[in-house]
Write a protein that binds this ligand. Structure first.
Ligand SMILES: Nc1ncnc2c1ncn2[C@@H]1O[C@H](COP(=O)(O)OP(=O)(O)O)[C@@H](O)[C@H]1O
Ligand SMILES: CC(C)(COP(=O)(O)O)[C@@H](O)C(=O)NCCC(=O)O
Ligand SMILES: [Mn+2]
Length: 944
């Protein structure tokens, strides 16, 4: 598992606390998995050491092509690529017969102020072409869907309605309107014109669809879904410019469909914001309706929502976002909405608003619950004939206007909630703009007037409700069937700081990055084009490196103070600039992965929390920020070495370090910037960031070296185990699993420990320390089931799932011997490993080779691996001479669907979910790194 927390699973949130309190309650642990039976936990082990692991060897990158939930790289199938027609031609067409479609769909919400665009890039997963192929088939028993499975990504982008042309250019440059086409051709000329890469775009769209299409687009039939007034107003323009017809969807229908989808499908979509404090709310799907939806766009619509498609627009107000921006622009001469909002942060509305105290001689009007600081009359002081507009500070005007409008919206919303007895009010629309003071003001109004009975909540995808709803009206996409576990939100890592014109979420001008891939393709076909490739690759990376030095810290949104009696002080944040639109949207790309499933043995997926550590606790965040920052130079060294230490790798390493540091800094300032933040998210972010800078496996050589060393000592270990009687062997095996899990490069103490001795020394030393009773110690129950007791026969398990974690000793000396013991007793064993590399975790792709090597020394493993389809080639002779006949009991490998050091059991691969259904033993172990850097390994063994 590796990782600073290991794979935190099985209610480890609870467990971790319990562990820290030295108060483990076995019964509670047993509730974790339906088929609970046994929990075994190892000794606490404190390790301190130093030293450095020396020189890495450069190795060829792995050819991982399995589908997993990250999938942040474009996947190209270049096999059988060929130039069509005459290769001497200037713009020959290249045929990629095996490249799957990248079909795009998009929908628009064209409002009074902004155009919201939601588009989908879809690609097929590649077929599994590794040694696990047979395993996967076996496990599925024919029930599993066969690859490829369609997945894709939803991207969110916005434009100003007044700049409709920008939107049309964007659509055109991405050829979104040529969507569902089935050709795999593209013109060579695209690659020779660097300017064609300078369009706005994002990294996660991967390869734009038009690169695959050279046929004249079939525009006549193209129909796109759009909502908002602009769907009517600009329909002709769309036809003229893009040749597409607009299929108009009702705005209210779309708002409701979008809100319902988000509230059901995105785990932490809604949050409260009171007095500067943001808290994510977990909405119970079965208890969502009714609610009041308030969409604050140019104007405001208030909709009572009773179910999917069941709603009534109950009210609205013409004092909305357009009013703030329009009046604000007139009164302050601001050039942009953000500038206006920024001004408000430095404003003092008391100079312009008439307060209760102004009227009551500085006193509260407490009889009716009004404090002296309550605004009695917005802009009331402007009646003074002593002051003209220019005598007022634009900052004060902006704040006064913002407060007036936000408060008014909050108050009218409350009245409508009261009218219909609604307790929950969700606010959307881009007027909110994730702005702390706006949200606080609305929340305050709702709270104050409802006396705490109604709750204001905000939506992370605030302005995109209508566009999402329009998008979902494409029936064939079946998006409404998507479930929360099939969606993974990712924040592209390099983009926020790359500069250039950015639309939408933190994506940036990354088409240049995708161009690297495209040009590599050109390279394959025509090496003379090398110079173009190099030039463009540099341009993207250099841009990042240069911009990286200009990264500015975000503006802290300090909480405003309140005075209690209905009054609000001025915002205490006097900060500088607002974040640019791109990063301020705070929404990432939504990856739709239909293959993800909830781990079926999870007893209570609602209660389950994969994050052992909640980073909204500032002390925790600061601690982990320091750990990750300090570890960064070492990680960059490893990453660069893993790519051969070339100049290109160094440049990418530098860019990675800047990108990751910038994200860390951002999260330090605003921990909830990317949604609810836990340690598992932060660790995953780091892996994603590495991948985005094309470091596919930073620990590659370390892993290989440790596998080799561990495999070399495995035969001795197996002999030692075989000399023991059954009981001693079982105990030693469990101790071995606990001991070997110490080899985790995610923990500082463990890295230090490495330099104390050889792997086998450390393994033995750790094993000897695992004195019973362990913190959680159900070993006796386990032994009884495995070996039987007086009057009770052994009851071998049918199928065991062994979650494997770190490469080297952990898997080889810890888990494989346990697997062997289970196989020997007739239990099928499924090794569960990461889909993509993360730290020193072993991956599912790497396991067959490790098992094959181990099988050379062990007949049991060899036969089982053969039975499980892991050994494709005939094996060499074995050394341990075991002759037990277990050829029919297979050893298999499945990927867990995860590319992070921490697994989230709510989102695992379908092959793991499928394997779990027949399992009656789950063996899951992890090391928990406490704040004191104390290593606490524990193993959860649950069986029926
Ligand atoms: N960059 C921006 N430009 C203009 N208005 C913005 C911007 N960001 C936020 N807003 C606010 O959002 C409002 C538009 O919200 P939106 O939900 O998109 O409504 P509409 O559908 O009417 O365009 C604007 O009136 C303004 O108050
Ligand atoms: C007319 C609208 C639905 C248009 O939507 P918008 O472009 O503002 O998002 C909206 O502006 C609105 O509901 N206005 C309030 C009108 C009223 O009820 O007084
Ligand atoms: Mn709108």
């Amino acid at each position: 598992m590796a990782g600073l927390t290991g794979h935190p699973v099985l209610e480890i949130g609870d467990k971790f606390e319990e562990l820290q309190n030295n108060n483990i309650n076995n019964n509670k642990n047993k509730e974790v998995i339906d088929k609970a039976g046994l929990v075994v936990k190892g000794e606490e082990n404190s390790n301190n050491n130093n030293n450095n692991q020396g020189g890495e060897r450069d190795m060829a990158p792995p050819t991982s092509n399995s589908l997993h939930r990250s999938g942040s790289r474009p996947q190209l199938d270049l096999s059988k690529a060929a130039i069509q027609g005459n290769s001497e031609e200037r713009d020959p067409t290249i045929l990629l017969p095996n490249q799957s479609d990248d079909i795009s769909h998009f929908a628009l919400d064209i409002g009074g102020s902004l155009i919201k665009l939601v588009y989908f890039s879809r690609h097929e997963g590649q077929s599994i072409d590794d040694k696990r192929k047979k395993t996967v088939k076996e496990i599925s028993n024919g029930s599993r869907r066969s690859y490829p499975i369609l997945g894709g990504r939803l991207h969110f982008v916005k434009f100003e309605t007044s700049k409709l042309n920008e939107c049309l250019d964007f659509i055109s440059s991405k050829q979104l309107h040529n969507g569902s086409k089935h050709s795999y051709f593209f013109p060579f000329s695209f690659f020779l014109d660097p300017s064609s890469f300078l369009i706005n775009g994002d990294s996660h769209a991967g390869i734009d669809s038009h690169y695959w299409n050279s046929e004249a687009p079939n525009k006549e039939n193209a129909v796109i879904k759009a909502t908002g007034g602009g769907a009517y107003k600009f329909a002709d323009l769309f036809k003229e410019r893009l040749g597409v017809s607009i299929d108009k969807e009702d705005e209210m229908d779309c708002l409701v469909a979008g809100a319902n989808f988000l509230l059901k499908a995105i785990r932490h979509e809604a949050f409260t914001h009171m007095e500067g404090h943001k808290e994510f709310v977990q909405i119970d799907h079965n208890d969502l309706f009714p609610y009041l939806l308030v969409n604050v766009g140019s104007g405001v619509s208030m909709i009572k929502v009773d179910g999917d498609g069941k709603f009534q627009r109950v009210s609205g107000t013409n004092v909305g976002g357009g009013t703030y921006w329009g009046l604000g622009r007139l009164l302050t001469k601001c050039n942009s909405f953000d500038e206006l909002l920024e001004l408000s942060q430095r404003g003092d509305n008391r100079t312009i608003d008439m307060l209760v105290g102004d009227i009551y001689g500085g006193m509260d009007y407490s009889k009716i619950g009004l404090s002296a600081s309550t605004i009695a009359s917005s802009f009331g002081k402007a009646i003074s004939d002593k002051k003209e507009l220019e005598d007022h500070r634009p900052e004060d005007i902006s704040l006064s206007l913002l407060r007036m409008i936000s408060y008014n919206i909050g108050q009218i919303s409350y009245l409508n909630a009261l009218r219909f007895g609604l307790k929950r009010i969700f606010f959307g629309g881009f007027f909110i703009r994730g702005h702390a003071y706006t949200m606080d003001t609305i929340s305050f109004a709702v709270h104050f007037w409802s006396q705490g009975q109604a709750q204001a909540m905000f939506l992370r995808h605030e302005g995109f409700l209508g566009a999402l709803g329009a998008f979902m009206s494409y029936e064939k996409l079946g998006l409404d069937d998507l479930m929360v576990h099939q969606l993974v939100e990712r924040f592209p890592m390099g983009a926020p700081y790359t500069g250039g014109k950015i639309h939408g979420p933190p994506l940036g001008n990354l088409n240049e990055k995708a161009s690297i891939v495209r040009l590599s393709l050109v390279l394959l076909l025509d090496l003379t084009l090398h110079f173009v490739w190099v030039q463009l690759q540099i341009s993207w990376m250099e841009k990042f490196v240069l911009k990286g030095t200009e990264i500015t810290a975000p503006v802290p949104m300090a909480p405003p103070g309140t005075t209690g009696l209905g009054g609000f002080e001025v915002p205490s944040s006097k900060g500088g600039t607002l974040r640019s639109d791109a990063s301020a949207l705070n929404v990432g790309v939504l990856h739709l992965v239909p293959t993800l499933e909830v781990f079926p043995l999870l007893a209570n997926s609602k209660m389950y929390e994969p994050n052992t550590i909640d980073l909204s606790d500032h002390c925790e965040l600061e601690y982990w920020f320091t750990v990750l920052s300090e570890h960064l130079p070492d990680l960059v060294d490893k990453a660069v070495a893993s790519e051969g230490g070339t100049d290109d790798a160094k440049r990418r390493g530098d860019a990675f370090a800047r990108a990751f540091s910038a994200h860390l800094a951002r999260l330090m300032e605003e921990p909830a910037a990317y949604g609810k933040l836990g340690l598992a998210n932060l660790l995953e972010l780091r892996e994603e960031c590495l991948r985005e800078f094309q470091f596919l496996d930073a620990y590659r050589s370390i892993k290989q070296r440790e596998n080799e060393v561990s495999l070399a000592v495995l035969p001795d270990l197996l002999m030692e185990l075989d000399r023991m009687d059954e009981e001693a062997r079982l105990l030693t095996l469990i101790e071995g699993v606990l001991a070997a899990n110490i080899f985790d490069w995610g923990s500082r103490a463990c890295v230090d420990l490495y330099h104390k001795g050889t792997i086998i020394d450390i393994y033995r030393m750790s094993r000897n320390k695992m004195q019973r009773p362990w913190r959680v110690d159900d070993f006796d129950l386990f032994r009884e089931r495995m070996l039987g007791s007086e009057g009770k026969k052994p009851r071998p398990h049918k199928r065991a799932l062994l979650f494997v974690d770190n490469s080297g000793a952990d898997v080889v000396l810890g888990m494989l011997p346990l697997a062997r013991e289970l196989l020997r007793r007739g239990t099928e064993v499924v090794l569960v490993a990461n889909s993509l590399p993360a730290l020193n975790d072993v991956t599912a792709m790497e396991l067959p080779d490790i098992v094959a090597e181990a099988a050379k020394h062990c007949d049991i493993l060899r036969r089982a691996a053969e039975a499980g389809g892991l050994l494709v080639d005939a094996m060499t002779s074995t050394l341990d001479g075991s002759k037990e006949n277990c050829s029919s009991v297979p050893l298999m490998v499945v990927e867990n669907g995860c590319g992070s050091p921490c697994i989230d059991l709510r989102q695992v691969s379908s092959e793991l979910a499928s394997a779990a259904k027949h399992a009656d033993l789950v063996c899951y172990y992890c090391s928990v790194m406490g704040r004191a850097n104390i290593y606490i390994p524990f193993l959860l063994v649950s069986g029926e």
